[in-house]
Design a protein around this ligand. Structure first.
Ligand code: UDP
Length: 310
């Protein structure tokens, strides 16, 4: 297959590119480096099945030649990033999704949207099945991301229903692993970097809020299966093992052998109190479930950040 990945220089986009290249496919990468990094794709230079174009996919996307798939991963995705880039976040989720769908339609290519557990907002149903419509504040600080992704899902379903486009929607839950940015503000990267530097780990609020953390390799496997043999229905991909943020801080301190203290900082506005995917659909339709336990995944991620600090 010949596949376009938008956001190919990002955390997930670059892992996805690696995986499709390893499977023998041809990958065209696109990124404007708003939050992605050339470091994440530097190792692909010289691979004859890899090509890269610096482009903002909010604007018309031109790709020469045939395409079998378009995977739309371009977007700021950490709360800190989308608070700093609110308009870009809204544009890439709305205009960028429209452009990517238009390209997929023109090429007769399958389309996959990287959506998010944020479509569930601060959920009133727990764990979250795909049938849950969510509890989102449209005008709060996170609304720029949540509503852009909800619009993107609506646009994807419209192309599916009205143009007969072959589409997929993956709802991605908190994912961690190598190539997260040191300063993207997400909890796993923050805690690991703080612990390695001997700085205090910043728990927001009382740390009783929960998240369910998926190791990147598990996530990529789920996405590839959804792309290759899934259906148009939105599909949660995430690890149902749920931890409080405080528990995560304690595990990171233990695994790094750090002497860092754990301190409290104010809870950001509209921070979801709980989050856990219901993955019955992915299990039944894709035969997928996560394999990497939190501690094993954290050890690999700690190694990555340790190597970068050395
Ligand atoms: N969080 C924290 N300390 C940090 C960064 C994040 O306690 O240094 C909390 C944050 O308030 C949230 C959870 O960790 O409850 C996950 O935050 P993240 O930014 O990783 O992503 P989210 O799941 O909120 O989109």
């Amino acid at each position: 297959m010949r596949l376009l990945i938008t956001g190919a220089a990002g955390f997930l986009g670059s892992h996805l590119a690696d995986r499709f290249l390893a499977d023998g496919h041809e990958v065209v990468g696109m990124d404007n480096f708003a939050t992605g990094s050339p470091d994440n794709i530097a190792h692909l230079t010289g691979n004859p099945r890899w090509s890269f174009f610096e482009h903002n996919v909010t604007n018309f996307i031109y790709v020469a030649g045939p395409l079998d798939g378009v995977l739309h991963f371009a977007s700021p995705a950490s709360p800190r990033d989308y608070l700093e880039l609110p308009i870009q976040t809204l544009k890439v989720g709305s205009l960028g999704t429209h452009k990517a769908l238009g390209l997929a339609k023109a090429k007769g290519a399958r389309f996959l949207l990287a959506s998010t557990s944020e479509v569930y907002g601060d959920p009133l149903v727990h764990p979250q099945p795909e049938s849950y419509w969510g509890n989102v504040n449209p005008i709060g600080p996170r609304g720029v991301y949540d509503e852009a992704k909800r619009f993107a899902e609506a646009m994807t379903m419209a192309y599916h229903r009205y143009h007969g486009a072959d589409t997929r929607i993956v709802r991605i839950f908190n994912t961690y692993g190598p190539r997260m940015r040191e300063r993207d503000g997400r909890v796993v990267s923050n805690f690991i970097v703080q612990a390695l530097k001997g700085e205090p780990l910043t728990v927001y609020g009382d740390g009783s809020q929960t998240r369910s953390f998926t190791y990147v390799d598990d996530l990529i496997e789920g996405i590839v299966r959804l792309f290759e043999r899934g259906t148009a229905d939105p599909t949660n991909v995430g690890n149902p093992n749920e931890f409080t943020v405080r528990q995560l801080a304690e595990v990171v301190v233990r695994l790094t052998g750090s002497r860092s203290k754990i301190v409290r900082e104010p809870l950001p506005e509209d921070d979801p109190k709980v989050r856990q995917p219901d993955i019955a659909r992915a299990r039944e339709r894709l035969g997928w479930e996560p394999r990497v336990e939190l501690e094993a995944g954290l050890r690999r991620t700690i190694e990555y950040f340790r190597a970068r600090q050395a």
